[in-house]
Ligand binder design. Structure first.
Ligand SMILES: C[S@@+](CC[C@H](N)C(=O)[O-])C[C@H]1O[C@@H](n2cnc3c(N)ncnc32)[C@H](O)[C@@H]1O
Length: 216
């Protein structure tokens, strides 16, 4: 079960969102944006970035203004509060869009960032796969959210707690590792983050044709 209000819930949260999360997430945002912007052996520069569930856009202030950024979110309230985080001269293209159905062609982006969107989505795997679809081969997908540890099984207590958490927004019992075999990307890094590693950063790279051939 997921929360029933959809975008309206986030419109409501948007009223105090920046006050609630800016300080807590300040350092972790720097860490995952650094991973996002890291050049791989195949890269000369970062061509463009998509932020899925951009919210109020707090990462925008951490991204070099020469890189074009597209942000999508389904909450009007969240998108209305992005102005504060956009730097002067920064090329930012914002769209109201559902993360389950990204209105972009395949392989449009060189980097895709999913900050705190996967676990709040109706269908987290679908959102992840949409992110992969619009990512160019060799491009990076960075996910930041709350996930179980690799071999952790949720206790009954946690399952009950999750029922309530899901009503107010989020799933606390997702094991990211279960999805890895079915993805078109390989795991580059898993970085335990805030709240004793309950929040994690996953850095993935989409396989290229060469990767796919060499693994056959
Ligand atoms: C926890 S907030 C995170 C906001 C921002 N990424 C951050 O890190 O501060 C979750 C965001 O995802 C958006 N969201 C949730 N489900 C979505 C969906 N299916 N499509 C688009 N946006 C969605 C919400 O509107 C909200 O802005």
């Amino acid at each position: 079960m997921r929360h029933i209000l959809g975008p309206r819930l986030w419109d409501l949260y948007s009223l105090s969102y920046d006050c609630l999360v800016t300080y807590v997430l300040k350092n972790v945002r720097k860490t995952y944006v650094k991973e996002l912007l890291e050049l791989t052996a195949a890269d000369k520069e970062i061509e463009n970035i998509l932020i899925v569930g951009v919210g109020t856009g707090q990462e925008l202030s951490l991204i070099d203004t020469s890189i074009p950024v597209t942000g999508i979110d389904y909450s009007k309230g969240m998108l209305a509060r992005t102005k504060k985080w956009i730097q002067e001269g920064q090329k930012v293209d914002l769209h109201r869009m559902d993360a389950h159905r990204l209105d972009f062609p395949d392989q449009s982006f060189h980097r895709v960032l999913m900050p705190l969107i996967v676990a709040v989505s109706q269908n987290p795997l679908k959102v992840l796969k949409e992110g992969e679809r619009v990512l160019k081969p060799g491009g990076r997908l960075v996910i930041f959210d709350k996930f179980l540890h690799k071999d952790q099984k949720p206790t009954w207590g946690r399952k009950i707690l999750n029922f309530f958490f899901q009503m107010v927004a989020t799933d606390i019992n997702i094991n990211f590792h279960q999805w890895l075999p079915g993805l078109e990307s390989r795991l580059v890094k898993e970085i335990p983050s805030i709240f004793s590693g309950m929040f994690k950063i996953f850095v993935l790279e989409k396989k290229t044709d060469r990767d796919n051939h060499s693994s056959k």
